[in-house]
Design a protein around this ligand. Structure first.
Ligand SMILES: C[S@@+](CC[C@H](N)C(=O)[O-])C[C@H]1O[C@@H](n2cnc3c(N)ncnc32)[C@H](O)[C@@H]1O
Length: 268
């Protein structure tokens, strides 16, 4: 339990902070979450109140502290082969690309710690082998990107991973690493991770055949969802696929896409 209580006013200031930084709308009643996640930063800086910590952030004297606060206030839950029907679709698209000898570029736009990226890469490596394919993973949180680059995970994250992929693409931890697994270097070398804030103009990342934007829109308000989706769609090639989380929808957000199935959209 945090030793210092957070006042309603301080909480509202953190709501504003994370909205300005990431476009995240944090609902009321999340005081315990904010105070719990940031308590260690107060302790680290030996601060007596959340207002003092806010003042430190607002002084912009330490950009790494701003990043740290963003990292702590984002929710990064993810696992391998989450929502398996998206990976069946990806397999079909990869088979089609193989037959037509086309390249494939896939973007995981809120990749968190990389499980989504490596799940995509395993399917593409399986179907396309050494042919030209690329996977880019991006996130606003540097902490999760660092974990993603390491490719080192607790074994329980892989409970949905097909067994033959586990054997082919992962190394099982031994001794002190028991209970963990490491993504094989050959697969790690084929994927890229980059920090991108979806709530800002995008850097030059090129055009994609498939974009995964899963389980992040839930944190955005309607206007932010519209802006983020339209920004991402400008990077999707005509006929490309746009995949969202199964509890999300593009209703009221974008009406230019064809609905292929719930959570699967296609650009005209
Ligand atoms: C719950 S995870 C989803 C991970 C994965 N896509 C999945 O479905 O399993 C949401 C991720 O969105 C990221 N995120 C939140 N706001 C963002 C923003 N403005 N730009 C980029 N990433 C953001 C968070 O850091 C977090 O890692």
């Amino acid at each position: 339990m945090p030793l210092v209580a957070i006042s309603d006013r301080e909480f509202m200031q953190f709501q504003r902070f994370i909205y300005d930084a990431a476009g995240i709308t944090m609902s009321n009643g999340k005081q315990a979450l904010v105070s719990g996640r940031l308590a260690k930063r107060l302790a680290h800086h030996q601060l007596d109140s959340y207002s003092d910590y806010l003042r430190l952030l607002e002084s912009r004297s330490d950009p790494s502290e701003l990043q740290m606060a963003v990292d702590l206030l984002t929710t990064n839950e993810t696992y391998f082969f989450r929502e398996p029907k998206h990976f069946s679709l990806l397999r079909d698209l990869a088979v089609d690309a193989r037959e037509k000898r086309q390249t494939m570029r896939v973007w995981s736009a809120a990749s968190s710690s990389g499980e989504e990226v490596y799940s995509i890469a395993m399917v593409l490596a399986d179907v396309l082998g050494d042919a030209a394919w690329e996977v880019l993973g991006t996130d606003i949180s540097m902490r999760v990107l660092q974990r993603a680059r390491s490719g080192h995970y607790p074994m329980e994250r892989a409970s949905q991973m097909p067994q033959d992929y586990l054997k082919r693409f992962c190394l099982k931890g031994q001794g002190s690493e028991a209970g963990t697994m490491l993504i094989d270097r050959s697969l790690r070398q084929r994927v890229q991770f980059q920090q991108v804030n979806l709530n800002e103009p995008l850097p030059k990342i090129g055009c994609f055949d498939v974009i995964f934007l899963r389980n992040v829109m839930i944190y955005f308000n309607l206007e932010t969802k519209r802006q983020v989706v339209s920004r991402l769609l400008s990077q999707l090639r005509p006929g490309g696929y746009f995949l969202i989380g199964h509890s999300e929808t593009l209703n009221d957000i974008n009406d230019t896409m064809t609905v292929v199935a719930p959570s699967i959209y296609r650009k005209a």
